[in-house]
Write a protein that binds this ligand. Structure first.
Ligand SMILES: Nc1nc2c(c(=O)[nH]1)N[C@H]1C(S)=C(S)[C@@H](COP(=O)(O)O)O[C@H]1N2
Ligand SMILES: [Mo]
Length: 258
């Protein structure tokens, strides 16, 4: 009697296992079909046709555009470097190393920009000064351990980008900048380069930029340490690989963010 009952019970357990298996495989099948359908929907989705991102599948592009919007908002609203009133800016501005800084007079200077198509732009200082001016007073920090509140003026890098038709280049990961003699150079991640406080600078304390501070054009990038604030910019390039970086080659942090 007891044995039979036990046998019956075991059978029930066995049946239960079989039923579980059936359900598991059923669920697996349904999910697989759904995944396949999802993939097919994406595969057959129309490509985005407009502008710089044409070729990407539209639903994917939509997600990317969302991400971009998120970052734009993130940087413009939540990650601005602290600024100060002009009265607090140092009158005697500190001066540091001058690798690659100096050379031909501003009249003989031109900024060379290499587009992703390979096309070269030669931009004069007057063309840059004709764009809307932005000023900033912030705490400049050098990795050597000093900092100073300084007052700079120029054109926002993002305004420069838009004016000279370089929007497509901002889809790439990095910006590289070099002195005209290529002796000092920096690599910048794109989000920091297009940050609203990143400025191509031609004024200091409301006057033309002095030679020792990088005339006629230097970079002021408040989200980075001083080492990235290249004096006397000669060329600008864009790419997905890290551009060479003078101090990173000496073992300093490539990102050098604050
Ligand atoms: N061309 C060039 N840019 C440069 C440097 C340099 O040696 N050469 N030094 C960097 C460093 S380490 C700092 S702290 C700042 C100093 O800028 P300043 O001389 O205007 O204070 O410039 C940066 N940009
Ligand atoms: Mo520095």
């Amino acid at each position: 009697m007891e044995d039979k009952a036990k046998q019956k019970k075991e059978l029930t357990v066995d049946q239960k296992i079989r039923r579980r298996n059936f359900i598991s495989f059923g669920v697996f099948g349904v999910l697989s079909a759904a995944a396949y359908e999802g993939w097919r929907a994406l595969y057959t989705a129309p490509k985005e046709v407009s502008g710089v991102t044409s070729g990407a599948k539209a639903p994917l592009r939509k997600a990317l555009n969302k991400t971009e919007l998120f970052f734009r908002n993130f940087f413009s609203n939540n990650h601005l470097v602290k600024t100060y009133p002009k009265e607090m800016a140092a009158k005697q501005v500190r001066h540091n190393s001058d690798i690659g800084n100096g050379g031909a007079a501003p009249e003989d200077w031109a900024l060379q920009v290499k587009k992703s198509t390979g096309e070269l732009l030669n931009i004069t200082i007057d063309q840059i000064k004709a764009l809307p001016k932005t000023e900033i007073v912030f705490d400049f920090k050098c990795v050597e351990g000093w900092d100073q509140i300084q007052y700079w003026g120029g054109v926002k890098f993002i305004d420069f980008i838009e004016h000279f038709g370089l929007a497509k280049e901002t889809q790439l990961n990095y910006v590289g900048m070099m002195t005209p003699d290529k002796k000092y150079y920096v690599g910048l991640d794109m989000p920091s380069a297009v940050h609203p406080q990143t400025i191509l600078t031609y004024e200091m304390n409301g006057k033309p930029l002095p030679a020792k501070h990088g005339a006629p054009l230097r970079l002021i990038i408040p989200v980075k340490y001083g080492i990235k604030n290249l004096k006397r910019i000669g060329s600008i390039t864009f790419g997905n690989n890290r551009p060479p970086d003078y101090w990173a080659e000496q073992g300093y942090d490539y990102y050098s963010g604050l």
